[in-house]
Write a protein that binds this ligand. Structure first.
Ligand code: NCD
Length: 332
């Protein structure tokens, strides 16, 4: 994962993770959560990276990812600065994104970026690697393309939810919604493919099915998967149900056909159909994909997912900045 020449660990794509990495992130996240239980533990975490600074460059809307990364920085004592609107930076004066990001790298030790432009994080990582002061890049969402850190927190949530139930191996995961432009499922599907015997069911309106590159990848890896325009009929067999919203920010004016999305909503009566041990997930924000009355059901994990996001990002930052080896288990 580290680039040999620079020793920089960028987090750019779910493609770069292997199963040992996922397992070590999950273990580290558990240790960090235990440290969070005591004042001493928290103080210890806060001192771990207090000599480091991070820039959050988020030029696409974000609530959870931004706040959880910012909170993760605070937990580790990393001082954070932010740009959330490129019109307030010199990009407004005609500066290129590349020059702007190179400028940030002069002031910080880590750049966490969300952008509507697919592939931009990779480009910036490459650019910085060739400068005298390269800093790691974490992709916090790159257009409809990738969302590797969401996939990590989703894997952590699934692994914890299935801890007493055989883990993720062998499970059936139903992914629902705008699977064409939803970057969360694109990244998550790649990680699920690293587990044994997982079956994925992709349920979406015809025009929102998974893209060819993902289909090809899953086929090449010999992953069991099924694509369907039906939703309710798959609920019975699913161990995890991952709902997503329509990503209409990527609609091209005049080209979008009206889609009846209602058939892909998890309504209250679905609770009677799904398995008693199933988990219901959503990267959030939701619209009407999940009836809010479902929130109180013990199978609903989407609020927990949000908090898990903060802890997995704490773990990830320690890995990226090389502090993970220092983290020790608290005395029992
Ligand atoms: C997702 C995203 O931005 O891709 N949200 C998130 O990061 N938690 C999902 C979405 O916006 O639909």
């Amino acid at each position: 994962m580290k680039d040999k020449a620079t020793k920089m660990m960028h987090i750019l794509s779910a493609k770069q993770f292997d199963r040992p990495f996922l397992e070590s992130i999950c273990e580290l996240t558990d240790v960090i959560r235990r440290l969070d239980k005591t004042r001493d533990g928290l103080r210890y975490l806060k001192g771990l990276l207090s000599h480091q600074r991070a820039m959050l460059y988020f030029t696409q809307p974000s609530t959870r990812t931004f706040l959880s990364f910012q909170s993760a920085c605070h937990i580790l004592g990393v001082a954070s600065s932010e740009i959330r609107d490129s019109s307030t930076s010199s990009e407004r004066k005609g500066e290129s994104i590349n020059d702007s990001l190179r400028t940030f790298s002069s002031y910080v030790d880590l750049i966490i970026m969300r952008t509507p432009v697919p592939g931009l994080c990779d480009e910036i990582a490459k650019l910085l690697d060739d400068t005298p002061r390269p800093v790691p890049i974490i992709n916090a969402g790159s257009g409809p393309d990738e969302h590797p850190t969401q996939a990590l927190l989703d894997i952590y949530t699934l692994a914890r939810s299935f801890r007493k139930n055989g883990g993720i191996d062998g499970k059936t995961v139903l992914m629902v919604g705008d699977l064409k432009r939803g970057r969360t499922i694109r990244s998550l599907a790649r990680l699920l493919a690293l587990y044994k015997d997982v079956k994925m069911i992709f349920s979406s309106p015809k025009d929102f099915s998974i893209s060819d590159d993902l289909r090809k990848h899953l086929t090449e890896k010999g992953v069991r998967f099924e694509e369907s325009t039906e939703f309710r009929e798959h609920l019975k067999s699913a161990d995890a149900i991952y709902m997503t919203r329509v990503q209409d920010e990527y609609d091209i004016a005049g080209e979008q056909k009206p889609v009846n999305y209602e058939n892909y909503h998890l309504t209250y009566d679905c609770l009677d159909i799904i398995k008693p041990e199933a988990v219901i997930m959503h990267p959030m924000p939701r619209r009407k994909e999940i009836d809010p009355r479902i929130d109180d059901d013990r199978r609903a994990k989407y609020w927990r997912q949000e908090r898990n996001g903060m802890w997995t990002r704490v773990a990830l930052i320690t890995k990226v900045l090389g502090a993970d080896k220092n983290i020790i288990l608290p005395e029992l």
